[in-house]
Design a protein around this ligand. Structure first.
Ligand SMILES: C[S@@+](CC[C@H](N)C(=O)[O-])C[C@H]1O[C@@H](n2cnc3c(N)ncnc32)[C@H](O)[C@@H]1O
Length: 321
């Protein structure tokens, strides 16, 4: 697969190595069906006043968002994924709150504020640990593309039937599955995630896949102005959409190229859509409090266990197993 550096209407994938405003300027009006991104949150230079830094950040975001609105098709969507910025000691600024008015000023309509919940991250000691980010999903108009069926998730009670009324005995829920709701639970890309690269804050591909499948059709153009290591391009090409994006860090661009190429060839491994979040087995060593475990003793000649320790349990009689 050819990957272009500058946008051309017939390119399947464009990865522009540079500033997203220069990239967006290459895109024609109304060319993208979906713009999905996670912008940088870096507004925290301590030597500048808090307000000044935030104003600069929002001004830059406003110029990017204005370009995005220009290139968005009438039935298209913009999904802006952000978290909190830490503005001072233990003080958080949810970026979606300050970004919402910029989108609203262009007449975009908010369809969902999706909460993406994940389980791993920094442990806070002076406030509750942050375990979600949000995706603001806007459409340009009231007539917009939205297809629920490809992103339905399993029903909780798929065998439940109507027990009265004219439909008695019929299934009471949609056999294709239920609406995934506006709370999405996907593992974030930490060290043991199959998609992990050197990038510190990648999208899980399954998150972008859900948006691509619900909001676009095959052949549509999906744009990510802050492409990182190309998770959006991966999701787009995997589902036969075209992809275009920009990234200023050359090392990330190269990884994005490699991942998009592998995805197009069906060779890139990602966490499959629909896989439930891993639950460790009950009563395993790791899920049992150490206080309720029998003591461990070292045994000469035993091989180390998974944690590198040579151990055996002491039975009630005190013999080794
Ligand atoms: C939050 S990360 C996005 C990660 C991406 N979603 C992924 O899955 O890899 C934001 C990215 O924007 C890039 N970036 C920052 N400013 C940029 C600009 N003006 N133009 C293009 N890319 C930029 C950063 O280098 C970073 O990789």
């Amino acid at each position: 697969m050819q990957i272009a550096e500058r946008f051309r209407a017939n390119s399947r994938v464009t990865l522009f190595p540079g500033d997203c405003r220069e990239f967006l300027a290459q895109l024609p009006d109304q060319s993208a069906q979906l713009i999905v991104t996670s912008p940088p949150y870096n507004i925290g230079k301590k030597y500048e006043g808090k307000k000044r830094v935030l104003d600069d950040y929002l001004e830059e975001q406003a110029s990017v968002i204005a370009q995005c609105v220009r290139v968005l098709k009438d039935r298209g969507s913009i999904c802006w994924e952000v978290g909190n910025h830490i503005v001072g000691p233990q003080e958080v600024l949810p970026l979606d709150i300050v970004l919402y008015p910029i989108f609203a000023s262009h007449g975009l309509k908010l369809r969902n504020r999706i909460v993406w919940h994940f389980e791993h991250g920094l442990h806070c000691s002076k406030r509750f640990s942050g375990r979600y980010e949000t995706i603001l999903w806007f459409t340009k108009g009231d007539d917009y593309a939205f297809d629920l069926d490809p992103v339905r998730v399993p029903q909780k009670y798929p065998g439940k039937r109507q027990f009265k009324g004219p439909n008695v005995g019929k299934l009471s829920c949609n056999p294709l599955g239920k609406n995934p709701s506006d709370v999405w639970i996907f593992p974030n890309v930490k060290h043991n995630h199959i998609e992990k690269t050197i990038h510190p804050c990648q999208f899980p591909v399954e998150l972008v896949e859900r948006l691509v499948l619900a909001l676009t059709n095959e052949g549509d153009l999906v744009v990510d102005p802050y492409m990182g290591v190309g998770s959006t391009a991966v999701a787009a090409v995997r589902h036969k959409r075209r992809a275009a994006g920009a990234e200023i860090v050359q090392e990330y661009v190269e990884i994005a190229r490699e991942r998009a190429t592998m995805a197009a060839a069906g060779l890139l491994q990602t966490r499959p859509m629909g896989r439930p979040v891993y639950q460790p087995p009950e009563k395993s060593r790791l899920t049992t409090s150490v206080n309720s475990q029998p003591p461990l003793v070292h045994v000469n000649g035993n091989k180390p266990d998974r944690n590198g320790r040579v151990v055996a349990r002491v039975s009630k009689q005190g013999s080794h197993h």
